[in-house]
Design a protein. Structure first.
Length: 350
C-alpha cells in the first residue's frame, strides 16, 4: 500500500510542491517512518508550530518557577515541561534545588493531589492546543463541583488557526497544510475552511500512520494539480466536520479567547485561551501574580525560525554539538514532538 501511494504521488506531481505539517506528532511520524525517502524530489515537507512545548514562552516557564518558590506550593506538570529553558533556569533545576515539582499525566491527577493536600496550594501549568484544553476545562469544573479551594491553573493554552494565518501573512512559501489530526478531532475540520477560501491553500487533516501521511500528501498534491484547494479529511476515523461538541462546550464554558505569546512568533491576537471571570478563583495568574523579567532567546538558537518554517535544524550552528536532548538550548530540542529533537533522532547522521 505504501509503495502504491508513493507511485501515485510521483505520477501526480508536475512541479515542485512544499507542504507544511503543523502537528508535532506528524513531524515525529514523518521522520521516524522515513516518509521523505518515499517522495519524489519535487515534494518538500517543512515543519510548523505544531509542538505545544516548543511554542511555550520563556516567560511562562519563569512564572511556573516563580510560583514554585512560594510557601506551601506544589507544581504538578507534564514531564515535557521540566526541561524547557526559561530565562535562567528550568523546572528540572528548580526541583533539584528543593521545589516540590511533580510529574502528572492529566489535570485531574493534579486535582487529586490538591484534594490529598488541603494545606498546600497546587498549581497545574496548562499548555497545549485544542487537544488538551478540554481536559483542563473539565478539571476546573471538577474543582468547582468538589469545592476545592487550593487548586490553580496557570493557563498557556493556545489555538492553532491564528498561528497558521500568521504564517501565511508572513509569506511562508508553501502549497498546502497537513493539518493536525488530534486538534481537528476536537474542533472539527471547519475551523480550517478560511485557509482555502481566503488564501487558496489546500488543507488535509491527516492521521499518524505512514499510510495516513502518504495518502494526505497525495490528496494535497491532487488539490494543487486540479487547482481545487479545499479542506479534506483523511483522518476520517477520528475527525468530522463539526468535531467533539461536548469537548467544545467544556472549553467555551471555562475559557475565552485572548492574545497569546508564542515562542518564535511573538504576540498573536486571539490565539490563546484565558480563564473566564466566573472561574478566576482557579486562575494561578490572578492568585499568585507571578512577576518575571522578560528575556530574549539565546541569539544563536534559531528555534523561532524553525517553528515558522523558514529554516531547518541543520541550519543551526548549535545543532547536535552544543544543543542536543541531553543539553537542550532551545525548546525545539526538548519534546519528542520538537523538530530539532526529531531531526536529532532520525536525521542527525545527515
Amino acid at each position: 500500500m505504501i509503495m502504491n501511494l508513493s507511485d501515485r504521488i510521483k505520477r501526480s506531481v508536475r512541479h515542485n510542491l512544499t507542504f507544511m505539517e503543523v502537528c508535532g506528532g506528524h513531524t515525529n511520524s514523518i521522520h521516524r517512518f522515513g516518509i521523505p525517502s518515499l517522495l519524489p524530489e519535487t515534494i518538500k515537507l517543512i515543519s510548523g508550530p505544531g509542538c505545544p512545548v516548543c511554542v511555550t514562552a520563556k516567560g511562562f516557564i519563569d512564572k511556573v518557577i516563580e510560583c514554585s518558590k512560594r510557601d506551601n506550593v506544589i507544581i504538578t506538570t507534564f514531564g515535557d515541561l521540566l526541561r524547557i529553558p526559561g530565562s535562567s533556569s528550568t523546572l528540572d533545576k528548580a526541583r533539584s534545588e528543593g521545589a516540590d515539582i511533580r510529574v502528572v499525566f492529566s489535570g485531574l491527577e493534579a486535582l487529586g493531589i490538591a484534594i490529598q493536600n488541603p494545606d498546600r496550594r497546587v498549581v497545574f501549568p496548562g499548555i497545549g492546543f485544542e487537544t488538551t484544553a478540554p481536559g483542563s476545562a473539565v478539571t476546573i469544573k471538577e474543582a468547582e463541583n468538589n469545592a476545592v479551594k487550593n487548586f490553580f491553573l496557570l493557563c498557556a493554552h493556545k489555538v492553532m488557526p491564528p498561528a497558521m494565518e500568521v504564517l501565511i501573512k508572513e509569506g511562508v512559501n508553501i502549497d498546502g497544510f497537513i493539518c493536525p489530526g488530534h486538534v481537528a478531532a476536537i474542533t472539527g475540520s471547519a475551523i480550517f475552511n478560511f485557509i482555502p477560501e481566503k488564501y487558496k491553500l489546500g488543507c488535509v487533516i491527516a492521521g499518524f500512520e505512514p499510510s495516513d501521511l502518504m495518502h494526505s500528501i497525495l490528496m494535497l498534491a491532487e488539490q494543487v494539480t486540479n487547482n481545487a484547494q479545499k479542506v479534506e479529511i483523511q483522518y476520517s476515523r477520528a475527525v468530522t466536520e463539526t468535531g467533539n461538541l461536548l469537548a467544545q462546550s467544556h472549553m467555551s464554558d471555562i475559557f475565552g479567547k485572548c492574545d497569546a505569546y508564542w515562542r518564535g512568533f511573538g504576540m498573536i491576537p486571539d490565539s490563546g485561551l484565558r480563564i473566564r471571570k466566573e472561574y478566576e478563583k482557579f486562575d494561578a495568574e490572578n492568585f499568585f501574580h507571578p512577576e518575571i523579567n522578560e528575556s530574549e532567546d539565546d541569539s544563536a538558537c534559531i528555534c523561532g525560525e524553525i517553528l515558522r518554517g523558514v529554516k531547518i535544524p541543520a541550519d543551526c550552528s548549535l545543532f547536535v554539538h552544543e544543543c542536543n536532548p541531553e543539553n537542550p538550548v532551545g525548546a525545539c530540542m526538548v519534546s519528542d514532538e520538537g523538530t530539532c529533537n526529531t531531526w536529532y533522532k532520525y536525521k542527525s547522521y545527515e
